[in-house]
Design a binder for this molecule. Structure first.
Ligand code: NAP
Ligand code: GCO
Length: 266
């Protein structure tokens, strides 16, 4: 296979969960540009409609579905619809995710459970729903969107770190259990990326100065910048394509070097 063809996704169907905007939208754009048919979902029709409009503006034909990924019934029904209306899912990107930034001892068990539900239980539910058809088809690709918090902790994100740490191990376990069926399950671990999810960490201060956390991340990142969703496009195509057929159970950190760096001396 030529190196160019090994990165092609022509003829493949890709489902990127929670991809109305943000990282999921960018990954869907990249998979489309590599040739895949794109499916996405969101938790309500207004959000799906908004996403469809955004994809249309970007010139990307998509299939949008209302689906709360924490609901096994909703996920199973959506997979059946996708398989009927689009085709068997060749590439699954478990992107949908939330964060609640609350000091642990102030966090309710309900809030903790909600984050675990979306960020860890949902990737289990969705992966479980798509793997049988991948096996029948002769293989597939699963990409779990992990995090710096798959490796590191920090104040106020206990539930998120627990979920993303678990997601790293779920990634390794799916790779272990289904690798023999030509299913590769890997993770992408974005660093700090400019999206709505991190907007509160980048807000300008009243005096116009940068947010203290913004300055902290710049000092912790060798690239001395926040990532953009474009930085994730190439890694996503690599892990979704035949170019990574012998890569399994790996988390590819796209972090500008944060995990390698002690941080710039103040
Ligand atoms: P975002 O801007 O907050 O977008 C999250 C998306 O997930 C939204 O479209 C949201 O839909 C959807 N979603 C949330 N709960 C859902 C549910 N129960 N069912 C279906 N869809 C749901 O987040 P992002 O920054 O793009 O992050 C995307 C993924 O990357 C997340 O897993 C996040 O943890 C991870 N990540 C982000 C960063 C970063 O720096 N931004 C770094 C590392 C990892 P609604 O609009 O309806 O809420
Ligand atoms: C936070 C941020 C991070 C990023 C990302 C880093 O509050 O620390 O939201 O968690 O979202 O996960 O990789």
């Amino acid at each position: 296979m030529s190196i160019e063809n090994s990165f092609s996704l022509e003829g493949k169907t890709a489902w990127v969960t929670g991809a109305s905007y943000g990282i999921g939208f960018a990954i869907a754009q990249a998979l489309h540009e590599a040739g895949a048919s794109i499916v996405f979902n969101d938790i309500g029709q207004p959000q799906v409609d908004k996403g469809i409009a955004a994809y249309k503006e970007a010139g990307i034909p998509v299939h949008g579905y209302v689906c709360d990924v924490t609901s096994e019934d909703a996920v199973n029904a959506t997979v059946a619809k996708i398989e009927k209306e689009v085709g068997v899912i060749d590439i699954l990107v478990n992107n949908a995710g939330i964060i609640k930034r609350i000091p642990m001892i102030e966090m309710s068990a309900a809030d903790f459970r909600t984050v675990i539900d979306v960020d860890l239980n949902a990737p289990f539910i969705v992966s479980k729903a798509v793997i049988p058809a991948m096996i029948k088809k002769g293989g597939g690709k699963i990409i779990n969107i992990c995090s710096m918090m798959s490796e590191l902790g920090r104040e106020t994100v206990s539930a998120y770190a627990a979920a993303k740490g678990g997601l790293k191990m779920l990634t390794r376990n799916i790779a272990s259990e289904y690798g023999e069926f030509n299913i590769q399950c890997n993770g992408i671990g974005p660093g700090y990326i400019e999206t709505p999810q991190t907007a509160p960490l980048r807000e300008r201060q009243a005096d116009g100065s940068r947010h203290p956390f913004d300055q902290f991340i710049i000092a912790k990142t060798p690239a001395a910048r926040w990532g953009t969703t474009d930085d994730l496009k190439g890694p996503a195509v690599f892990l979704a394509s035949a170019a990574s057929d012998f890569v399994n159970g790996h988390v590819l950190y796209v972090d500008g070097g944060i995990l390698a760096y002690i941080g710039k001396q103040p």
